[in-house]
Design a protein around this ligand. Sequence first.
Ligand SMILES: Cc1cc2nc3c(=O)[nH]c(=O)nc-3n(C[C@H](O)[C@H](O)[C@H](O)COP(=O)(O)OP(=O)(O)OC[C@H]3O[C@@H](n4cnc5c(N)ncnc54)[C@H](O)[C@@H]3O)c2cc1C
Ligand SMILES: NC(=O)c1ccc[n+]([C@@H]2O[C@H](COP(=O)([O-])OP(=O)(O)OC[C@H]3O[C@@H](n4cnc5c(N)ncnc54)[C@H](O)[C@@H]3O)[C@@H](O)[C@H]2O)c1
Length: 459
Amino acid sequence: MTGDDFDVIVIGGGPVGENAAARTAAGGLRTALVEHERLGGECSYWACMPSKALLRPGHALAAARRVPGVPVGERLDAAAVLKRRDGFTSDWDDSGQVAWAEGAGLTVVRGHGELVGERRVDVGGRVLTASRAVVVCTGSVVRTPPLEGLAEVPHWTSREATSAHEVPSSLVVLGGGVVGVEMAQAWARLGSAVTLVVSGERPLPAFEPFAGELVLEGLRADGVEVVTNARARSVSLVAGGTRLSGDGVDVVGEHLLVATGRRPATEGLGVERFGFTAGEALPVDDTGRVAGLDWLYAAGDVTGRAPLTHQGKYAARAVGTAIVTGAVSPEPWSAAAATADHTAVPQVVFTDPEVAAVGRTAAKAREAGLEVRVVDLDIAVAGSALHADGYRGKARMVVDERTRTLVGVTFAGPDVAELIHAATVAIVGGVTVDRLWHAVPSYPTISEVWLRLLEAYGL
Ligand SMILES: Cc1cc2nc3c(=O)[nH]c(=O)nc-3n(C[C@H](O)[C@H](O)[C@H](O)COP(=O)(O)OP(=O)(O)OC[C@H]3O[C@@H](n4cnc5c(N)ncnc54)[C@H](O)[C@@H]3O)c2cc1C
Ligand SMILES: NC(=O)c1ccc[n+]([C@@H]2O[C@H](COP(=O)([O-])OP(=O)(O)OC[C@H]3O[C@@H](n4cnc5c(N)ncnc54)[C@H](O)[C@@H]3O)[C@@H](O)[C@H]2O)c1
């Protein structure tokens, strides 16, 4: 045995890889964590943390403005906001994460990991071996749309949008997914003149339609110009910045942010040696085992299952448990199975208004052949009225009529994020609406909307 022999090798030290590795190390297995950039991954430095740090001050200011009597200033102090954001990224220095990893008993190996054989990983010419398993947690990379000129014109991706140190005078954002709406609002509230260009009638097409509508209103209220039904075709450099043009769109901004999605990071990883296609997701079962191999696992964005930090970390815990216990076909809902990925993935869009959703939309539930009843309500309870003057929000509950259990819930409105975990618990627990009736929301909280939803259902 040499210093390069381990029980488990995890490739990719983002939040998911860190969790998988910590789990196998806690189970007594010698674990190496291979990272070619910064330990902590996209989430810590260019995604969740800095984006939320950019959004939070604007929310606090807007919330204060909605409550008469609270003394508030006119605008955000952009320099202070950016400085606080830098604190959340530790100034893009990962030494704190390295210290954590070493404290958790992991061997951190710096460099690019490539699968070169069964249980063998090359890192810059050094070959590490794993007696038990290799876990791929390499995350995702930006997907670039086929726009004429884009390859030649410097533009922002989510990395620049989350790490910029100056507020651009103007910003064009292409793509109305979560990155697009969050970054459009963050920079608009920091003083940039933002244009958001979306291909559909509204942003956030993957969510219930009312969620995208309310976010659209919120963005417009912040002065964001939203161009809908646009088909962007080309990008060019012009006086004053970058021009995005196409059918239904012709705009110029100091910067262009391309936010049109991500794809699994499986290039340069050697997956072709095992029959998989570079650039595509690694197909896994609920334990994270890669199809057809008993030593290769994957979790997080690289699997394409549920590309969110919390859900990837959940999958990592399942992988870690499966490796430590040797579970191969665990029971659904056991600790080695990421069963919730199929029916109960929660997500919060941190715009103002926020969107918080879990499970299936009504359309997806019907597509899946479920016989559902949909209950729609405005969020208009004592708690919301007290929370903010003119509070405006909506809620939807999708009930499987066969089992009388929830299959999907969406809230959209100021500060609804914390409402969603109750819905996640209800879906994962298979709680019937009849039993939910007995989960009495405290008065006067926004959660009282739960009682109204059940009343509207007919209880
Ligand atoms: C702007 C933005 C905001 C987001 N906000 C949220 C949010 O608020 N909440 C949420 O849940 N999700 C959010 N997400 C999604 C979230 O960032 C991802 O789901 C999450 O980072 C996935 O974690 P991961 O560990 O799978 O991948 P990553 O975080 O991408 O980490 C993968 C790691 O692997 C390393 N790596 C890759 N290939 C190799 C290799 N061959 N050898 C060695 N190392 C390698 C990379 O350097 C990286 O450190 C956001 C995404 C973006 C872009
Ligand atoms: N708060 C959060 O949970 C959060 C925040 C940001 C990102 N994320 C995650 O990060 C990942 C990446 O986010 P994203 O917003 O880049 O991807 P996304 O897939 O959520 O959205 C991309 C959007 O771009 C649109 N699009 C694609 N090509 C286009 C084109 N040529 N012209 C116009 N529009 C086009 C798509 O229709 C889609 O609406 C997602 O998995 C997302 O869930 C999560």
